[in-house]
Write a protein that binds this ligand. Structure first.
Ligand code: BES
Ligand code: ZN
Ligand code: ZN
Length: 478
């Protein structure tokens, strides 16, 4: 999408749609200049409540009044939602060019950020539909009238492109992102990003026994992807982001029922988000050193499946008795986290994973779970999330529940006898593999792939977590 600027309502040519934002309250406050008389009738019963819309025509030009709610109550997130709704409505009307009058307000930069973000995040589509059924077209050009000219818009465009990139990876067919194909996508991430991929032979040589176990029944070999952007050569700081890369999760021998499996091409959303974060950091030129680490495999069922009751040795040396092959995410993350901790000298380690259904039960599909024994890192991530309105919730890191991980024949079991506190116990399992490095785990099983579209989130993949990671990296940026 292309953003341009115009000064003054008078100077512009006609467009497919002119949008006039209206605050709730006395209409005299709205500065609509020459248009005021023409739209006065339409304004009569327009209250200006948040998200309210009305259309009218002035000299054959379609004009849309957009309610923004009470000015003193306006938030960036409310504007994001209002402008996302506007884009959805415009696209349905086959509009591809709009003029957007910037509203009178004090918080010019942050409000512009909210509006632009709402517009950009809603201007997304991914479809395998044939040509017979039309999906609403994307907007091509936006002309901002009387908006502050800032760097914000370019930055928002880069970040939105990062969100779209993550969404695309999640939405594409599982067959198109099997580990080797995902690795090829990673190799082309960005010219400033160095990528190292371990193939099956190297993964065997490294003795990543858990990743190899999960991979066994798949006809597609695993890949272990590392993508590094060094934006600050002077600094020793190295942020390592680990993303669960199960490109399809059948559950294995602990086979998922049909209803639970339909969405499982989303099980690499963590991988999509961390790869996109490194790409976006490079594109923004952030002064940080950051590596995305992705253990990638399918979790299939077959005569070569890894088996319940058998014990496998992890990269760390700890042995794991398999009590549920559907708890595969923690297994491949265990190998990735201990590999990262041991060889990449991380100053902080953050993993993102569609890890447990239990987290969705606890928090629903709009909130991610945050698990960490490190209060400072948890606070930093919570602040980053709040900054961009991606809701996350700190969950208790209750180490006494580790009791349930005991195995009679191995160091740990991968799934616990009872189902309670499933998301916390999964996090505690991961903790066994990170050592002393500041670490946090985000369980994004809910918000990565919700069942319904909402506001600026389209159907299926949302790209959740990308904006929060960028906000976190910017905070760490020198
Ligand atoms: N990929 C799933 C978790 C998931 C569920 C992601 C719903 C997205 C939406 C994960 O591998 C899984 O199956 N976890 C099990 C763990 C259990 C066997 C301990 C679960 O949550 O049921
Ligand atoms: Zn699973
Ligand atoms: Zn899974």
């Amino acid at each position: 999408m292309n953003f341009s600027f115009i000064t003054g309502l008078q100077k512009r040519g006609k467009t497919q749609l002119l949008v006039l934002p209206i605050w709730e309250g006395p209409k005299e406050a709205a500065d609509l200049g020459v248009l005021k008389d023409a739209i006065r009738p339409a304004l009569k019963d327009f209250k200006g409540t948040l998200g309210e819309v009305a259309t009218c025509y002035v000299e054959n030009e379609r004009i849309l009044l957009l309610g923004l709610g009470k000015q003193e109550k306006a938030t960036v997130e409310a504007l994001r939602k209002a402008y996302a709704g506007l884009v959805a409505a415009a696209r349905l009307k086959q509009v591809d060019t709009m003029h957007l009058l910037f509203p009178q307000c004090k918080q010019k930069e942050s409000f512009l950020r909210g509006m632009a973000e709402g517009v950009l995040l809603a201007n997304y589509s991914f479809t395998y539909k044939g040509a017979s059924e039309k999906t609403p077209p994307l907007l091509k050009s936006i002309y901002w009238i009387d908006a502050p000219k800032t760097q914000i818009l370019q930055r928002m465009e880069v970040i939105a492109a990062g969100v779209h990139f993550a969404r695309d990876l999640v939405n594409m067919n599982a067959d198109d992102k099997v580990p080797i194909k995902l690795a090829d996508i990673a190799r082309k991430l960005h010219p400033k990003v160095q990528v190292v991929v371990f193939d099956k032979k190297r993964i065997e040589a490294e003795k990543m026994g858990l990743l190899l176990a999960v991979n066994r029944a798949s006809v597609h070999e695993p890949a272990f992807i590392q993508a590094t952007y060094r934006g600050d050569a002077q600094s020793q700081e190295h942020i390592v982001l680990v993303g669960k890369g199960v490109t399809y999760d059948t559950g294995g021998l602990s086979l998922k029922p049909t209803d639970g499996m339909v969405s499982m091409k989303c099980d690499m959303a963590g991988a999509a988000t961390v790869l996109s974060a490194v790409r976006t950091a490079a594109e923004l030129g952030l002064k940080v050193n950051v590596t995305a680490v992705v253990p990638a495999t399918e979790n299939c069922i077959g005569s070569n499946s890894y088996k319940l009751g058998d014990v496998y040795r992890s990269y760390s040396g700890k042995t794991v008795e398999i009590t549920n092959t559907d708890a595969e995410g923690r297994l491949i993350l265990a190998d990735a986290l201990s590999f990262a901790a041991r060889t990449l000298k991380p100053t902080c380690l953050i993993d993102l994973a569609t890890l447990t259904g239990a987290c969705v039960v606890a928090l629903g599909d709009e909130i991610a779970g945050l698990f960490s024994p490190d209060d400072a890192l948890a606070q930093e991530l919570s602040d980053a999330a709040e900054e961009v309105d991606e809701p996350i919730c700190k969950m208790p890191f209750h180490v006494d529940y580790k009791e349930a991980m005991k195995s009679e024949i191995a160091d740990l079991v991968n799934s616990f006898a009872s189902r309670d506190a499933g998301a916390i116990k999964a996090a505690l399992f991961l903790h066994e593999f990170v050592g002393d490095i500041p670490w946090a785990h985000l369980d994004i099983a809910g918000p990565a792939y919700p069942s319904k579209p909402k506001h600026y989130y389209p159907v299926k993949g949302t790209g959740f977590g990308l904006r929060l990671l960028i906000s976190f990296l910017e905070g760490r940026s020198a």
